[in-house]
Design a protein around this ligand. Sequence first.
Ligand SMILES: Nc1nc2c(ncn2[C@@H]2O[C@H](COP(=O)(O)OP(=O)(O)OP(=O)(O)O)[C@@H](O)[C@H]2O)c(=O)[nH]1
Ligand SMILES: [Mg+2]
Length: 346
Amino acid sequence: MFIDRVRVWAKAGKGGDGCSSFRREKYVPKGGPDGGDGGKGGDVVIEVDPQLNNLQHLKYQPHQYAGKGSNGQGSMKTGKSARELLIKVPPGTLVYYLPTTDENFERSVDLELGEVAADMIEPGQRFVLAAGGRGGRGNIHFKSSVNQAPRRRELGFPGEMKQYYFELKSIADVGLVGFPNAGKSSLLTAISHAHPKIAPYPFTTLNPIIGQVEGANYKRFNVADIPGLIEGAHEGVGLGHDFLRHIERCKLLVFVLDMAGSEGRDPVEDYRKLRTELKLYDETLAERPFIIVANKMDLPEAAENLKNFKKKFRQKIVPVSALQKEEIETLKTVLAERLAEHQAGI
Ligand SMILES: Nc1nc2c(ncn2[C@@H]2O[C@H](COP(=O)(O)OP(=O)(O)OP(=O)(O)O)[C@@H](O)[C@H]2O)c(=O)[nH]1
Ligand SMILES: [Mg+2]
């Protein structure tokens, strides 16, 4: 199952208790205090792992508790610190902190209250969700001129308890947007090494899939294939438009159109509807740089439709056949160029 939103309850480990103990040696009747400190409690930490693409592993284990530090011991032995609890997250995980007091730690906090605590992007990037408690001090620390034999020691300090909400917003340079069956997954297959499912029925793709493309001059970029978008998606029609979140971070959008107008489709209408749905989801997404891919150019109706389409729109159009792998290199070059322009701030 593809999970892109989860709540997480992180509880760090308590520090170990300090020890109260006295030196016992032969011929030393009254040895001084020698109780060591408690070890540190374990932190709960997240780390970006590019091998992951969703948050499924956290859905079933939303409670993440780290271990307690060991208690200090006699002979000034410090207790062992607990190991951190490491949780892997996919790149693009946004971490929202949900403010709560310890008493209602288990209660779910309103998501509206969340504020971004971390944006996990770079592989290996780490963030401490909850810090482990400090170990308590042993009685060796409490010796003074007036009290040579203190029994006093500290207990370990509690670890932090924090609630979070994780939301995955995938990271890709290019996002493919189109009606179901337009050939988005076929296109991703043609330009990258990814193997998304392709089938002649709508909503074959149910989750975003990211593929890496080797452009000219060994320049690599990522392309995200998402489920098909349809008119009314903003009202929840089809798969809704929730998954558009996964192309929010794309620098360039590609509108993939079935230029053959299979099954009575009209590419002009499709294009207008796609833009409207995008706008209804997010105005800024509608203003993102884009190109149009006219797919299924191998089918007989496509050439005429393209001619009509070009009369209506002046945007950059790249005609291809994802199935026959025609003009795929041209498309890769155009994508690489547009991305380079973006980088150069053009
Ligand atoms: N003739 C022809 N058929 C194509 C072309 N590209 C894709 N198809 C066919 O169109 C159908 C849908 O292709 P997909 O790649 O699964 O389409 P999609 O846009 O990913 O569809 P969803 O995941 O449902 O949104 C499949 O039967 C493909 O073989 C093309 O260039 N020419
Ligand atoms: Mg698909």
